[in-house]
Write a protein that binds this ligand. Structure first.
Ligand code: SAM
Ligand code: SF4
Length: 329
């Protein structure tokens, strides 16, 4: 079997697929208050197209998929798609990133779908008023309920916290404290300028080192082993059950071992979070391509994967400013 390998010898094993560009929240770091210009529905990949793309990718050695968006659960019949995707015998793992506002009623179903292993829940504050300010929606009680249900479920829970200067940096160590008796992975993410407007005017830069410094000012932590391709550097407080991680999303010190590609909700292949879309897989399919054509196309396009996110950014035609909801976070 041909494997998807880029020109630096990195084998692609993980695909992030954006289910939609729509979202029920308006997080300040992701999009403007009025939302983004969503694309007409017919421009979104259909579930059948998504299934086909993932099937072909798994035939090329991809074993994990992360479903993201926008908010995956705003798309009608996501559960039906998850069931369909579970039939792919070459796929080991389905992970989902969600804001948690719509999923409390689905948790039992998700547990029953055995390929679903990790849920990444985005929760940037543990305080209802601050959560409202960040997301511009009053949904903290529902998201916190989801958090509690997921924590008790058989699914592995990762908590995504975007560290935002002037909003939630005072809560970093409250999140660390959660790991004392909860078997969760709290992951602090550096904020990136993907919010529909470009770089925000921040009071301070909260990068990897600054976040680590904040944690170590209160806790003694040790590094825990991570997979080579992990997006985070991971730590644990002595005798705590859960772990904490920091994702250098903006300082990009993790690119060397990247094993990921992205497919946006409109079917653009992105070899790197920071590059422009590389190719419309959707149009290729809609023009009658066979699975074999698609395989050859992926093998070719992945050779263009840039060495790292800085090179990808330098090669862009426009500035980094689109919303993460368009890219598929
Ligand atoms: N709606 C879902 C959610 O919020 O989890 C999935 C899509 S969201 C774009 C995926 C992840 O990207 C979330 O954890 C979110 O916090 C993160 N994200 C969005 N915009 C970001 C930015 N500008 N910088 C860093 N992370 C960002
Ligand atoms: Fe929606 Fe997720 Fe973006 Fe927040 S981060 S606006 S929940 S897509």
């Amino acid at each position: 079997m041909h494997k998807l390998t880029d020109s630096f010898g990195r084998q692609i094993k993980y695909v992030r697929l954006a289910i939609t560009d729509r979202c029920n929240l308006r997080c300040q770091y992701c999009m403007p208050a009025q939302g983004i210009d969503i694309v007409p529905r017919k421009e979104l990949l259909t579930y059948k197209e998504m299934y086909r793309i993932i099937r072909v990718l798994t035939e090329l050695g991809v074993s994990k998929v992360r479903l993201t968006g926008g908010e995956p659960f705003v798309r009608k019949d996501l559960i039906g798609f998850l069931e369909m995707l579970s039939y792919n015998d070459l796929l080991d793992t389905i992970n989902i990133t969600t804001n948690g506002a719509l999923i409390s009623k689905h948790i039992q179903t998700l547990e029953n779908l055995k390929k679903i292993k990790n849920i990444n829940l985005s929760m940037d504050s543990l305080q209802a008023d601050k959560f409202h300010k960040i997301t511009r929606r009053d949904v903290f009680p529902e998201v916190y309920k989801t958090f509690e249900l997921l924590e008790k479920s058989s699914l592995h829970l990762k908590l995504n916290v975007v560290v935002q200067s002037g909003f939630n940096t005072d809560e970093i160590n409250d999140f660390v404290q959660l790991t004392q008796d909860k078997d969760i992975a709290v992951r602090f993410i550096e904020e990136m300028p993907f919010n529909g407007n470009g770089q925000r005017n921040l009071q301070e830069t909260w990068n990897f080192n600054r976040i680590l410094q904040e944690i170590t000012s209160e806790y003694e932590i040790t590094e825990v082993p991570s997979k080579k391709s992990s997006t985070s550097k991971n730590y644990q407080v002595k005798n705590y059950v859960g772990t904490i991680g920091i994702i250098p999303a903006f300082t990009r010190t993790i690119c060397n071992d990247c094993d990921r590609i992205r497919i946006t909700s409109t079917g653009m292949l992105k070899n790197c979070l920071f590059d422009d879309g590389v190719f419309s897989i959707r149009d290729f399919l809609r023009n009658g391509a066979s699975n074999e054509d698609l395989k050859l196309l992926f093998l070719k396009l992945v050779k263009e994967k840039p060495k790292n996110g800085f090179i990808a950014e330098a090669n862009r035609k426009g500035n980094v400013s689109e919303s993460m909801s368009t890219i598929g976070g």
